[in-house]
Design a protein around this ligand. Structure first.
Ligand code: KIV
Ligand code: ZN
Length: 519
């Protein structure tokens, strides 16, 4: 079996999704989970673009030791120095240098000739090699470029010391056969036998996964992917789709990866929660309906023999069936065992807090499902150090009249620690009233951008999970909250986002304005 390296770009290309802005701690959390998932390379960010990205890459490089940590750089000296600086403490650092190959990019973006692009690339790769042994080189928009130029530039890059050559279909333009043909051509370039060949596809025509698999079959040994397929515009190749295609159809592809399939469900939920990007219900592998059977004939078949209509076992990818076994009589020990069974190893203090929340939930909900517990755990452990905590809320709403809300918010740190601020507000509806009151109580400037609610599992006593995003000083911040009471879930989600804004305000002195550049 040929082993394919999984290069995850959720934290770089994925984070370029419109409206996504991850905090440093959230990026570290995702990077740790990617390590558990078994990816080979994590592209942690683009350090030159902001102090925040630089710090996040530095922190990931320090803390996540098993995968290679990559940092992106243009063919500019300052970019390469910033990438090298960010990777200073990495166990296995990689600088990923990129330029553009297509005439439209050369003419309008770089304003350089082909010869100049080759010269800049060579100089940058040589500069990057002075810092690290592992240098990846990419030419954007390779699939709208002259193959002759692509091969010439790649040959020069290999001679200059690039160790991985990446072929991006930046605008999602190619088709599987065409992409495979180009990859076969790349393999013929002098020196190509000494380097890794990588593919990086975008999904503008919905072909990213198909093109990636075609590229791998044609000889590439690395693919660049993002969890849930997030990324610029229509997104990047979905990690879970490629990994499960390779695993499920080993007989056809003859490939393997190091992905721990059991971690796929949790990784998908984490990325969705922290980015605030919901997974569409019919999304392959990780969508809520991916293993749901509606038609009578299908249900009948699956009940008789699961494989009649399922080509994968949901439990193999951590999307196990809901087992309704926990309830109000379940004790601490059973709860701890459940956490372990769901794959969570948590410190005692977090387990205690979760047990308290679990018990509170069993007062409101007779049977607590695995999904409920996953939701509680993920709500608890993926939080930043909150400045404010919800103490109480009251909302009054009736048809034809404005809604009113009162809230009490406790300050958790600083000179005002322990103080509870009470505020009231009026709104067109209950959520508007609630959010205005919370904003007044915290004093954090924010504008609500998005609000969505979905149920965790089914049943009339299901918990509601709210995700919202706010705009705060030019940044979009997402928050999430879970409760059997959807107003409480709404308040928790908004306060979560306001807490992030407060944390950013506190770091403001150390942070420069973002100035993120689109690639
Ligand atoms: O899509 C693209 O071309 C990229 C490169 C930076 C690899 O993301
Ligand atoms: Zn890309």
């Amino acid at each position: 079996m040929r082993r394919i390296r999984i290069f995850d770009t959720t934290l770089r290309d994925g984070e370029q999704s419109p409206g996504v802005n991850l905090m440093r701690e959230e990026k570290i959390e995702i990077a740790r989970q990617l390590e558990r998932l078994g990816v080979d390379i994590i592209e942690a960010g683009f350090p030159i673009t902001s102090e925040g990205d630089m710090e996040a890459v530095r922190a990931i490089a320090r803390e996540v030791r098993t995968p290679v940590i990559a940092a992106l750089a243009r063919t500019h000296r300052a970019d390469i120095e910033a990438a090298a600086q960010a990777l200073e403490h990495a166990e296995k650092p990689r600088i990923h240098v990129f330029t553009s190959f297509s005439p439209v990019h050369l003419q309008h973006m770089l304003r350089k000739s082909e010869d100049e692009v080759v010269a800049m690339s060579v100089a940058s790769i040589e500069a990057a090699r002075r810092y690290v042994d592992d240098v990846e080189f990419s030419g954007q928009d390779a699939m709208r470029s002259d193959p002759g130029f692509v091969f010439r530039a790649i040959a020069a890059a290999i001679a200059a010391g690039a160790t991985t050559i990446n072929i991006p279909d930046t605008v999602g333009y190619t088709a599987p056969e065409e992409f495979a043909a180009l990859i076969r051509g790349v393999r013929e370039v002098p020196g190509a036998e000494r380097v890794h060949i990588s593919v990086h596809c975008h999904n503008d025509l919905g072909l990213a996964v198909a093109n990636t698999l075609a590229g791998l079959m044609a000889g590439a040994d690395q693919c660049e992917v993002a969890v849930n397929g997030i990324g610029e515009r229509a997104g990047n190749t979905s990690l879970e789709e490629v990994a499960m295609a390779i695993r499920t159809r080993r007989d056809f592809f003859g490939l393997e990866t190091g992905i721990q399939a059991q971690e796929i469900g949790r990784t998908s939920r984490l990325v969705s929660r922290l980015t605030g990007m919901p997974v569409q219900p019919n999304k392959a592998i990780v969508g809520a309906n991916a293993f749901a059977h509606e038609a009578g004939i299908h249900q009948d078949g699956v009940l008789k023999e699961r494989t009649t209509y399922e080509i994968m076992n949901p439990q193999d990818i951590g999307q196990g069936e809901t087992q309704l076994v926990m309830g109000k009589h379940s004790g601490r020990h059973a709860f701890q065992k459940k956490l372990v069974a769901l794959g969570y190893e948590l410190p005692d203090d977090e387990q205690q807090e979760l047990f308290r929340r679990f018990k509170a939930l069993t007062d409101k909900k007779k049977q607590v499902s695995d999904q409920d517990i996953q939701s509680l755990v993920e709500d608890e452990i993926y939080r930043c150090d909150d400045a404010y905590e919800l103490v109480h809320y009251h909302v009054s709403s009736a048809g034809g009249a404005p809604s009113t809300a009162t809230v009490g918010v406790a300050t958790k740190s600083g000179a005002a620690a322990g103080r509870v601020t009470r505020e009231a507000a009026v709104g067109q509806g209950p959520i508007e009233a609630l959010y205005r009151a919370l904003q007044r109580a915290t004093g954090v400037e924010a504008e609500l951008r998005d609000y969505a609610i979905q149920s965790v599992g089914g049943g009339s006593d299901a918990q509601g999970e709210v995700r919202c995003s706010i705009a705060h000083q030019g940044q979009v911040l997402v928050g999430s909250g879970v409760s059997t009471d959807i107003l409480e879930a709404s308040a928790l989600a908004y306060l979560h986002a306001l807490n992030k804004a407060a944390a950013l305000q506190a770091q403001a002195a150390a942070q420069e304005p973002s100035g993120r550049e689109a690639i």
